[in-house]
Design a protein around this ligand. Structure first.
Ligand SMILES: [Zn+2]
Ligand SMILES: [Zn+2]
Length: 170
């Protein structure tokens, strides 16, 4: 097993990690009947896409209440702190979706229970997923944690085989 090289988790553009801003109202985030979900420079997006974008730290989020009183502005406070992300990377190694090999640099740390629904930002509620698979679990595929391991299910409920963790934690 090779040691993890010391480096930043993600590429930096102009001194800042790549980011976009998503603005959404609290109702949309909590899957109630929200209306406002907008991606900077792109306009309205589906609520579930906004939930996915708010799931990890690569996106600045602005959550509004009522008209547009900002409740939470996420750019200064990443959802998943860097040290915790590193712990998820050490455990999962790369995208954790069954049979996917995409490296951690392409991955988000997905909240199994969304933080907007009360899920904790902790190792046992985070799973490393590449962008396509992060999208998949926000649009039909499911994950639940069973004894600290993610169990993946297709939209019809049938299970997908999880691979063994790539490294043994010491
Ligand atoms: Zn997610
Ligand atoms: Zn993947």
């Amino acid at each position: 097993m090779a040691a993890q090289p010391s480096r930043t988790d993600r590429p930096v553009v102009a001194g800042e990690r790549p980011h976009v801003t998503v603005t959404m109202d609290l109702e949309s985030l909590e899957r109630r009947a929200g209306r406002r979900c907008e991606l900077e420079d792109a306009g309205p997006i589906p609520a579930e896409a906004a939930r996915r974008l708010a799931c990890d730290a690569s996106v600045a989020r602005v959550i509004t209440s009522g008209r547009s009183e900002p409740l939470d502005v996420g750019r200064q406070t990443p959802v998943v702190p860097a040290a915790l992300r590193r712990a998820v990377v050490v455990r999962d190694g790369r995208c954790r979706f069954p049979s996917c090999d995409r490296p951690q640099a392409w991955c988000d740390a997905h909240h199994v229970v969304h933080w907007a629904d009360g899920g904790s930002t902790s190792l046992d509620n985070l799973v490393l997923l590449c962008r396509p698979h992060h999208r998949a679990v926000h649009s039909g595929f499911r994950i639940e944690m069973v004894d600290g391991r993610p169990v993946f299910r297709r939209p019809d409920g049938s299970p997908l085989e999880d691979r063994a963790p790539p490294q043994v934690l010491r």
